[in-house]
Design a protein around this ligand. Structure first.
Ligand code: TLP
Length: 346
């Protein structure tokens, strides 16, 4: 089966650059960004800062690097970083905070990805010389492993109130903050208000081929630039990539709601099949976690069977399969996925 015929629901990272991104990349004005001479990168950073409501931003190769630069920036060796126990930073970043920054993760439980302010407060260290200091709180919105959930403004506000009262910086892993913004109908800059730093990805729902940005104040971004270089992320004529990011900001933010509608439609249709459980009312954005409840099936087997029919999904454990919609998934792709799943599970 050719890649064009596949329905690839593994992630929103799989998108191909749009024709206008490819045109912008081909024509991008570039320079050596390590000398600060790439005008396209600079434009992307200015635009990202403006969209996220910060004074400055830094173009980075990946979301992981953006998160890890923020941690290096805001925590010192031997200090603790509060993380939700299912966060990307804790589960999918190779313990980088320990390896690169000497920091220790302090995982906190949550129901749908957002720990309560009471649980966060409980995890904060008292000021005792024989205990590690709590350096930083992290927050993920939308939350990937919880199924693309959107933080309520109440939960974010309550967490920020604790952080501000105790003067602890807060980093937002906003890889999909524009999905949260589309789901709530609220500008992204409103959702980032009160955070010390924010990372967002161009290479997920926004469809750009590569890249993320880290936003914060001018001083911190100047320091983040030094850390990026130390981490090996000083890129040269990166304007070729930033050009696609600018198109992503201009052309793809407004269409994210369609991905959310399609994820909901998938959840509704798959939930009707025997042996699958979905909770369509809980699908808020473009990520859907479906539970395989049928005896004789499990998540890896279902993923394999779907894959043989050209529908790609990700097994998360023995029972849970993840599907993510993005601009490469059309209404026809959703209907075809439902037909194939129904044929398999009948
Ligand atoms: N998520 C990827 C995988 O790594 C799981 C995906 O397919 O969803 N924060 C969040 C919330 C993310 O979901 C991801 C990537 C990242 C950070 C890291 O971004 P990259 O992949 O650019 O390093």
């Amino acid at each position: 089966m050719s890649p064009e015929q596949r329905i690839d629901l593994r992630s929103d990272t799989v998108t191909q650059p749009t024709p206008s991104m490819r045109r912008a990349m081909a024509g991008a004005e570039v320079g050596d960004d390590v000398y600060g001479e790439d005008p396209t990168v600079r434009r992307l950073e200015e635009r990202a800062a403006e969209l996220l409501g910060f004074a400055a931003a830094l173009f980075v190769p990946s979301g992981t690097m953006g998160n890890q630069i923020a941690i290096r920036l805001l925590a010192r060796r031997g200090e603790e970083v509060i993380v939700d126990e299912r966060s990307h930073i804790y589960n999918f970043e190779m313990a980088a905070m320990a390896d690169l920054s000497g920091a220790m993760a302090r995982p906190v439980p949550s129901r749908r990805g957002f720990p309560s302010s009471a649980d966060i407060e409980k995890a904060l260290r008292p000021d005792l010389y024989y205990m590690p200091r709590t350096a930083l709180i992290t927050w993920e919105n939308t939350h990937n492993l919880a199924g693309g959930t959107v933080a309520s403004s109440e939960s974010t506000r309550a967490m920020l109130a604790v952080a501000h009262r105790l003067q602890i910086p807060v980093h937002l892993d906003g890889a999909r903050i524009f999905n949260a913004s589309a789901a709530l109908g609220v500008e992204a800059a409103k959702l980032t208000d009160g955070f010390t730093s924010v990372m967002t990805c161009l290479s997920k729902g926004l469809g750009a081929p590569v890249g993320s940005v880290l936003a914060s104040d001018v001083e911190r971004i100047a320091e983040a630039r030094r850390i990026r270089k130390r981490f090996g992320g000083g890129m040269r004529q990166a304007g070729v990539l930033a050009a696609a990011g600018l198109v992503a900001f201009d052309e793809t933010i407004d269409r994210l709601g369609q991905d959310h509608d399609r994820a909901r439609r998938l959840a509704e249709g798959l939930g009707e099949l025997k042996g699958l459980r979905t909770r369509p009312e809980e699908v808020q954005t473009n990520i859907l976690m479906l539970e395989v409840t049928e005896d004789g099936w499990d998540a890896p087997r279902l993923v394999q069977a779907l894959g043989a029919e050209g529908v790609l999904a990700l097994p998360m454990d023995s029972r849970i399969v993840r599907m993510v919609t993005h601009y490469g998934i059309t209404d026809a792709g959703v209907e075809r996925t439902l037909q194939i799943a129904s044929k398999l599970l009948g």
